[in-house]
Design a binder for this molecule. Structure first.
Ligand code: ATP
Length: 337
């Protein structure tokens, strides 16, 4: 079982929102679609749901075509559940009835509703109306409603957008558990890297309408093919430089960069691969110092507007000069834009 999107492109007038994107998710797999605001994530998901007519490409489930530019199965006839931010709950129906919606005629409707209420921890809210719920509770009901139909595929657009960080972390764990139990193929849009890493079995990275890389968090960590992949992990540093004679040269020294074309380039360095020490002749100056237990995060400004943030065991004096050494084995070098 798999949901596949093949070579999808979409324009809004002159704006190319999606540009030749292909992506698939198999049963029980969570694929996170990650990228900056405006890169086309929501549009691609709406096309997958059938909420937007397809201009180019194909959407298929289990090898069966759901949509082409010439023909499409209406969204409500697809075994696909979705939770979009603009698809809110029915205000005149209780939580229970919201979940029941779409289950009409199902003999086991009662059991399924009870199952979803339990799975999302909202049993005690069953008889409340949407306006009597917090944003986070409404999101859970929307998820429960989408899952109740036992969809083969589930499309989720920023499912935790209106939820505070602490609850978001907990719900993420719960959602991953429920999604895994129900074995749907899931495409989930997020612009939060932590969320993508916490939820995704694979992460599809989008830039300007294109999917530039799709891989598991582990592969993105060990062998990223794009700056987006390398930069996904917390605490990464971006260091501008240039490639000359097969080496990347920067304020932090140089390292071999075989196979990367000459010219402007940047290195993406993993967290904790920079070591700073106070040095009267060092090129950096301690510009911002903040405690971030167990150590200190120090922003160091260098010449030519370079700036790096390093973790130090003890805080330097504000304005102190420092030098920085890089562990290049944890750096990924890419041609500059
Ligand atoms: N209905 C529309 N009409 C015109 N342009 C649109 C429409 N919907 C989206 N766009 C444009 O298409 C591009 C992609 O938008 P989209 O909402 O898919 O991005 P996104 O990655 O989901 O962004 P965000 O993370 O901010 O939600 C943007 O340039 C946006 O302005």
């Amino acid at each position: 079982m798999s949901l596949s999107l093949t070579d999808i492109s979409h324009h809004f007038g002159a704006v190319r929102a999606v540009d030749g994107a292909s992506l698939d998710a198999v049963a029980g797999e969570i694929v996170c679609l990650f990228g900056p605001s405006g890169c086309g994530k929501t549009t691609l998901l709406r096309l997958a749901a059938g909420l937007e007519p397809l201009q180019a490409g194909e959407v298929a489930l289990d090898g069966e075509t759901l949509a082409t530019p010439d023909w499409q199965t209406p969204p409500e006839k697809r075994p696909v559940g979705f939770v979009f931010q603009d698809y809110v709950l029915f205000p005149h129906l209780t939580v229970e009835k919201n979940i029941a919606f779409g289950l009409k005629g199902a003999r086991d409707a009662k059991v399924r509703i009870a199952g979803q209420l339990k799975a999302f921890g909202i049993e005690e809210l069953a008889r409340r109306y949407p306006h009597e719920l917090s944003g986070g509770q409404q999101q859970r009901v929307a998820l429960a409603r989408a899952m109740a139909r036992k969809p083969k595929a589930l499309l989720l657009d920023e499912p935790f957008a209106s939820i505070d960080v602490a609850l978001r972390r907990r719900l993420r764990e719960e959602l991953r558990r429920v999604l895994k139990e129900q074995k749907a193929a899931v495409l989930l849009v997020t612009h939060d890297a932590e969320e993508a890493l916490a939820l995704g079995d694979r992460i599809a990275l989008m830039r300007e309408g294109k999917i530039v890389e799709t891989a598991s968090p582990e592969d993105l960590y060990n062998n990223p093919q794009t700056p987006e992949g390398a930069g996904l992990f917390p605490g990464c540093q971006i260091l501008d430089g240039e490639i000359r004679d097969g080496a990347f040269r920067s304020i932090l020294g140089e390292t071999a960069a075989p196979g990367v074309e000459g010219g402007a380039a940047r290195a993406i360095l993993r967290a904790d691969c920079l070591a700073a020490r106070e040095d009267p002749n060092g090129p950096f100056r301690a510009a911002d110092i903040r405690f971030a237990g167990p150590g200190w995060l120090v922003r160091l400004d260098g010449p030519d507007k370079t700036s790096v943030t390093v973790r130090m065991d003890a805080p330097p004096e504000p304005g102190a000069t420092l030098s920085v050494a890089a562990d290049w084995s944890k750096a990924f070098i890419f041609r500059g834009e």
